[in-house]
Each structure stands twice: as structure tokens, then as C-alpha cells.
Design a protein around this ligand. Structure first.
Ligand code: FES
Ligand code: FES
Length: 248
């Protein structure tokens, strides 16, 4: 009897009818959903060409019966790895290094590497080789694949070092931009909360300038103590404490 399984595939909820309880996830992805990133290689769980992520873990979809997955499991294929309209750093690194010959193994290499790098941010060459040891490449592209994974690590590290959000960017998500403040909560906790895009309540942060999620700037002038020319001071504060340009 046919059963239906509801899954989250690349961020979308899909329902798949299963006639055969042994039907592999790979068939559902390729044949039912038209996702051809995962490849059929050995069909025996030995080559890795069919690797996808299930709840963040690399899984060989050729030997994973669809019926074994509980409803709502999060499946990510090569197509959904980087998010809408952008590539995952590992995908970009494979392109940059041209780490491919026939390409058959590359889905597995990328999916396995991405899951591995999510667990281990500073792997050695030996760690990378061990992580990919069970992904087979018949073309002998291993040297370039290793270079690509190392390039992805460097790219992620560089991005982390150069990411310097403005106070506007940081606090817009949190719903409040602090210019001058005295904190009831420790600063670290308040910033962590803002970074997690949770509203920072004015009871936690004694802010006198706030930017809401839509960019609306509110100045709490009762907290301003700059003597004369307060109107100018307020405008200056808004400009200097955000990414706005101050005219002149
Ligand atoms: S096709 Fe799945 S491991 Fe080879
Ligand atoms: S590039 Fe051909 S199997 Fe790896």
C-alpha cells in the first residue's frame, strides 16, 4: 500500500508517495523531485556519489530507504547547500580550484566536505584526507580536491576576519541601536542577543537612539545632554553612529 512521507528538502516541505518501502531516498530526490546533484554511483553505500545531508549529517542516499526517515527530517542536497542564489564556500572553492574531471564524485566530495567543515573548522591535511577517505574518485582528482577544501577553509576564515558589521547592521536585527549607553545586562549578553536577531529591550539597554528592523530611526532626546545646539547634535549622532553620510 502506498504511503506518503512529508520531508523538508532544501527548505521546502514536500510530500512523496512511496509504493515500495525500500525505495531509496536517492530515487525520490532524483526521480520525484528532479534534484540531480546527488549521483547514482555504486548503489551500495560505498562510493559516496549520492551523499546528501540529513539533519546536517552526511548520508548515503542510495542505501537510505525513504520510509526510514521520520516526517519533517531536514534534507539538503547540493542544490540547496549554499542557500538561495549563492554558493556554499566549498562549492565556490571547487570551482576556483577547478577540482573536477568527469565530475561524478564531486557531489559527494562537496557534501561530505561541507558537513566535515561544519564540525571541524581547523582541520589538518590528514584530517581532511581521513574525512574524504570513503569518497571515491575514479579520475584521480584528489590533489585538487584537497586544495579546494583547504581553499574553502581559508575563505571562511577570511570572511570571519573581515566581517565588521556597523553598529547599524548589528543592532538593526535586534531592534535597537545603542549610541551611548549604560547597561543593566552585560554588554556581551546584549550584543549576543542583538546578533541573534532578538529584540534588545530598552529595559536592558539604556539606549537613546534606536533603529528598528525597517530602518526607522528614533532618538530618545530625554537622554541627550550636550548643551546648546541639541538639534544639530542629534543629527550628528545619527550620522556618526550609523552608516549614514553626514553632509558637508
Ligand atoms: S551511489 Fe551511494 S554510495 Fe555509491
Ligand atoms: S572527478 Fe571523476 S570520479 Fe572524481
Amino acid at each position: 500500500m502506498a504511503i506518503s512521507r512529508s520531508l523538508d528538502v532544501n527548505g521546502k516541505t514536500v510530500a512523496i508517495k512511496i509504493d515500495d518501502p525500500d525505495m531509496p531516498l536517492l530515487y525520490a530526490l532524483r526521480d520525484n523531485l528532479g534534484l540531480h546533484g546527488p549521483r547514482f554511483g555504486c548503489g551500495l553505500g560505498q562510493c559516496g556519489a549520492c551523499t546528501v545531508h540529513v539533519d546536517g549529517q552526511p548520508v548515503r542516499s542510495c542505501v537510505t530507504p525513504l520510509s526510514s526517515l521520520a516526517a519533517g527530517r531536514r534534507i539538503v542536497t547540493l542544490e540547496g547547500l549554499g542557500g538561495t542564489g549563492k554558493l556554499h564556500p566549498v562549492q565556490q572553492a571547487f570551482i576556483d580550484e577547478q577540482a573536477v574531471q568527469c565530475g561524478y564524485c564531486i557531489n559527494g566530495m562537496i557534501m561530505e566536505s561541507a558537513a566535515f567543515l561544519a564540525r571541524n573548522k581547523r582541520p589538518s591535511d590528514a584530517d581532511i584526507k581521513t574525512a574524504l577517505a570513503n569518497n571515491l574518485c575514479r579520475c584521480g582528482t584528489h590533489v585538487r580536491i584537497l586544495r579546494a577544501v583547504k581553499r574553502a577553509i581559508a575563505r571562511v576564515r577570511e570572511a570571519a576576519m573581515t566581517y565588521a558589521p556597523s553598529r547599524r547592521d548589528l543592532l538593526k536585527g535586534g531592534g535597537a541601536l545603542m549610541v551611548g549607553f549604560s547597561l543593566i545586562e552585560p554588554l556581551g549578553a546584549a550584543l549576543a542577543q542583538a546578533a541573534a536577531a532578538k529584540p534588545v529591550g530598552l529595559d536592558q539597554v539604556d539606549s537613546f537612539l534606536a533603529i528598528d528592523a525597517k530602518g526607522m530611526v528614533t532618538v530618545y532626546s530625554g537622554k541627550v545632554d550636550l548643551g546648546t545646539g541639541v538639534r544639530t547634535a542629534l543629527a550628528q549622532m545619527i550620522a556618526t553612529s550609523s552608516t549614514s553620510r553626514w553632509p558637508g
